[in-house]
Design a protein around this ligand. Structure first.
Ligand SMILES: [Zn+2]
Length: 502
């Protein structure tokens, strides 16, 4: 598949979970264009916030939100670079930007035991709110489409929905809600996009809804080609959406993310149908990493969309020369490329920088081996990045973000060694029973606390340069998913936790 045949060569920017300083998005535009993107999916609403101030519902805006004037200016700057901005307005699931507010709390519902919720599809008030928002979004964004979200929905607990569900199947109620949203969008001159997860898991729903809705099929692990072909056979246009950063990732994208982008591009290329209309590089939850940590992956994504067999090494050298204007682009490019191989999963990071007791446990043999490799390779990356730091002539804040991300990974690997030694002296039972910790173990805890605190200070320094310093998400644990917190908050909490144990 040639990029020229891609109607959408797109990147998802998650401004809902964290709104970056607005200059970041403006500064990124010429690069996005240069790398080959023609579309931004502007993910500006989610459970954690809304990065646009509406006229009709200004109370929904979170701190740092765009005014409509700023948004207009961003859209027109993007247009001048050949980039369309498609807004994503969550209209069913992930609607906490509405339902987490006191005045709309009664519209929230979920099914016990499910991780997600929804805004009630049966309440007239929901439809009133959504129509207000869709009307304003349609007026503001010139794009042909509005994306309605509709992923990871869990509904059916309120009396109105229960009543409907006694007569109809859940997929019928779901389909009616989709049709309502589509009609409202049509009324304001827009076509609808939505995520594909409920359609690939519930064929009746996919059969029922109108086929002029463009489906964004997201698959972040093993890519099922049949999900794509199934949607195409039913008659939908499909955008294939891998992830550069998704749940379970923190600090930096991993090798598996690059694999996901490559594999999904291959599936899209093999598809017989012309109705795979695009690719989308999704980059979620910026609070989990420093701003600069994803820039290379955003650039690489567009290049892979053009050529799934691309050599990331070659590309990374070109990226280093262009983005950082560094003389020895080979060394820096290779170091940045190598980062994907050392970035740890959140599951490992949790035990090395625990927020609290629930996450604190002795690393197993495999984790210890992984941390030794992380430390060895991380130190090499770090040494290269430090050596070339004086010769960086462009985007130095993003270079520092990568450098501090490498410091964090090496630091966490050092934490692993201390934690292992700690558990050689102290048992989990000792700790739980509150027995006094031996002096040697106390030293290890102090070392863990000091290292975590100093990593936190480095991460904060970077944050201050590129992001809103007073953003509550910097130091906040999200109350929605308790163990999902910003990198800064995790490191600070870990320092406090180790102090508490001494
Ligand atoms: Zn309901």
């Amino acid at each position: 598949m040639e990029s020229s045949s891609l109607k959408y060569c797109s990147v998802l920017l998650d401004s809902a979970r964290l709104t970056e300083k607005h200059s970041f998005y403006f500064d990124l535009l010429p690069y996005l264009a240069k790398w080959g993107y023609n579309t931004i999916l502007w993910h500006f609403t989610d459970d954690q916030g809304c990065s646009l101030r509406f006229d009709t519902r200004p109370e929904l805006a979170s701190q740092g939100a765009f005014s409509k004037e700023e948004m207009k200016s961003f859209i027109s700057c993007a247009r001048r670079k050949g980039i369309e901005v498609i807004p994503e307005l969550e209209s069913f699931g992930h609607a906490g930007y509405i339902t987490r507010r006191m005045e709309y709390r009664h519209l929230f519902e979920t099914i016990e035991g499910r991780p997600f919720g929804a805004v009630c599809p049966s309440s007239p008030e929901t439809i009133e709110i959504l129509e207000d928002l869709i009307r304003e979004v349609a007026e503001l964004f010139p794009s042909e489409h509005i994306h309605a979200g509709c992923d990871e929905v869990s509904f059916g607990s309120c009396p109105r929905c229960r009543e409907r569900l006694s007569q109809e199947k859940p997929w019928e109620v779901f389909a009616q809600h989709i049709e309502t949203i589509r009609l409202i969008m049509g009324k304001y001159g827009k076509k609808m996009m939505m995520w594909g997860d409920h359609l690939t898991s519930e064929p009746e729903l996919a059969n029922r809804i109108p086929k002029d809705i463009t489906i964004c099929d997201w698959q972040y692990f093993d890519v099922e080609a049949s999900n794509v072909s199934g949607l195409l056979e039913k008659g939908f246009d499909v955008v294939c959406c891998p992830a550069l950063m998704n749940a379970g990732k923190v600090i930096h994208p991993r090798e598996s993310n690059l694999e996901n982008i490559k594999e999904f591009t291959r599936v899209a290329s093999n598809s017989e149908s012309a109705r795979v209309v695009g690719m989308m590089n999704t980059v979620w939850c910026p609070y989990r990493y420093l701003q600069g940590a994803v820039i290379h992956g955003i650039a690489l994504g567009a290049a892979v969309f053009r050529n799934a067999d691309l050599e990331p090494e070659h590309f990374s050298r070109e990226f280093a020369a262009d983005y950082f204007a560094v003389a020895d682009a080979a060394a820096v490019g290779n170091a940045i490329r190598a980062f994907y191989g050392v970035a740890p999963e959140l599951s490992l990071v949790k035990s090395l920088a625990p927020l609290d007791w629930d996450e604190f446990e002795p690393p197993d043999t495999m984790q210890i081996e992984e941390c030794e490799r992380m430390r060895r390779e991380g130190l090499e990356i770090l040494a290269t990045l430090q050596a070339h730091r004086p010769h960086i002539h462009r985007n130095i804040n993003h270079y520092d973000d990568i450098l501090v991300s490498a410091e964090t990974i090496v630091g966490l690997a050092d934490n692993a060694a201390d934690i292992r030694r700690f558990f050689e002296i102290v048992s989990m039972d000792d700790l739980r029973e509150g027995n006094t910790v031996k002096p040697r173990a106390q030293d290890l805890l102090r070392s863990l606390a000091a290292r975590s605190r100093s990593l936190h200070a480095r991460v904060r320094e970077c944050w201050k340069k590129t992001r809103f310093e007073d953003d509550p998400k910097r130091d906040g644990r999200t109350t929605i998913y308790p163990h999902d917190s910003s990198l800064a908050h995790r490191l600070k909490s870990a320092a406090d936790f180790f102090v508490k144990l001494t």
